[in-house]
Design a protein around this ligand. Structure first.
Ligand code: NAP
Length: 239
């Protein structure tokens, strides 16, 4: 039974990760920002602990990790950096506040949470960190410049931190989802969905469980010699 912390566990991919770890008998805490009802439903269904915090604020992130470690009864053994926000629009129309929100939520949050859990992992000489990036971090998306930049940043962070923490027995990897059927992609109409399916070699959108399966594997003992890797979970779309 491991102690797991997942950011953005109240919905979508994060929720599927909470369900997957809880089904394995792990002790799970997850962080969410605002949607109390969704979070309560996930907690009730899985037995996981829900922690409300806007972790784009470093002090809130620190508080959330401390609350998780108190409730889990020890330091975090597996961290899944999943929380993220999308932003669509021309770069020239983006405000400073919008840019900061995307960067703070998608990239800085991973830094805040990693920083808070690393000392416990180093002391234990083991640990797993899995970042949830995006295929846009690899290919870039028009009208999603900030989002693409933050997800590319997670790639660099993954590789650099893997080198830094490997000697301490900690692995750091990144999964890059393609189009996954969650609230983040709910705005796509049937026409857009049909085009995505046509362009995706596997012929469908991904499910949150598809991504959670990769996260679970990278967090498992079986993946103990895999680190610094970026794994696409995109049905072949970004190949
Ligand atoms: P989602 O359904 O929109 O859920 C986002 C989750 O993150 C929610 O639990 C939300 O909490 C939480 N969150 C957002 N900002 C937060 C903050 N500042 N502090 C704390 N929690 C925060 O997203 P998703 O589609 O599952 O995506 C999850 C991850 O996968 C993201 O990093 C996203 O970029 C990435 N991804 C998704 C897709 C896709 O097609 N869906 C594709 C590629 C990559 P509340 O519920 O309280 O708001």
């Amino acid at each position: 039974m491991r102690r797991i912390l997942i950011s953005g566990g109240s919905r979508g991919i994060g929720r599927a990760c909470v369900e997957a770890f809880a089904a394995c008998g792990d002790q799970v805490a997850f962080i969410y920002r605002s949607r109390d009802e969704e979070a309560a439903r996930v907690a009730a269904a899985t037995g996981a602990l829900a922690i409300k915090a806007d972790i784009s604020d470093p002090n809130e992130a620190r508080r959330a990790v401390a609350a998780a470690e108190t409730a889990l009864g020890g330091t975090v053994e597996v961290l899944v950096n999943n929380a993220g926000v999308a932003h669509s629009g021309l770069l020239q129309d983006m405000t400073d506040a919008e840019w900061r929100q995307v960067c703070d939520t998608n990239l800085s949050v991973a830094f805040y949470l990693c920083r808070a859990v690393i000392s416990g992992m180093v002391a234990a000489h083991s640990g797993r960190i899995v970042n949830v990036g995006s295929m846009w971090g690899k290919t870039g998306a028009s009208c999603e410049v900030a989002y693409s930049a933050t997800k590319a940043g997670l790639r660099g962070m993954t590789m650099a931190l893997a080198k830094e923490l490997g000697p301490s027995g900690i692995t750091v990897n990144c999964v890059e989802p393609g189009f996954i059927d969650t609230d983040m992609t709910a705005e796509f109409d049937d026409e857009v969905r049909a085009v995505v399916c046509e362009d995706t070699p596997m012929g469908r959108l991904g499910t949150p469980a598809d991504v959670a399966a990769a996260v679970s594997f990278l967090s498992s003992d079986a993946a103990g010699f895999i680190t610094g890797q970026i794994i696409g979970v995109d049905g072949g779309l970004a190949v």
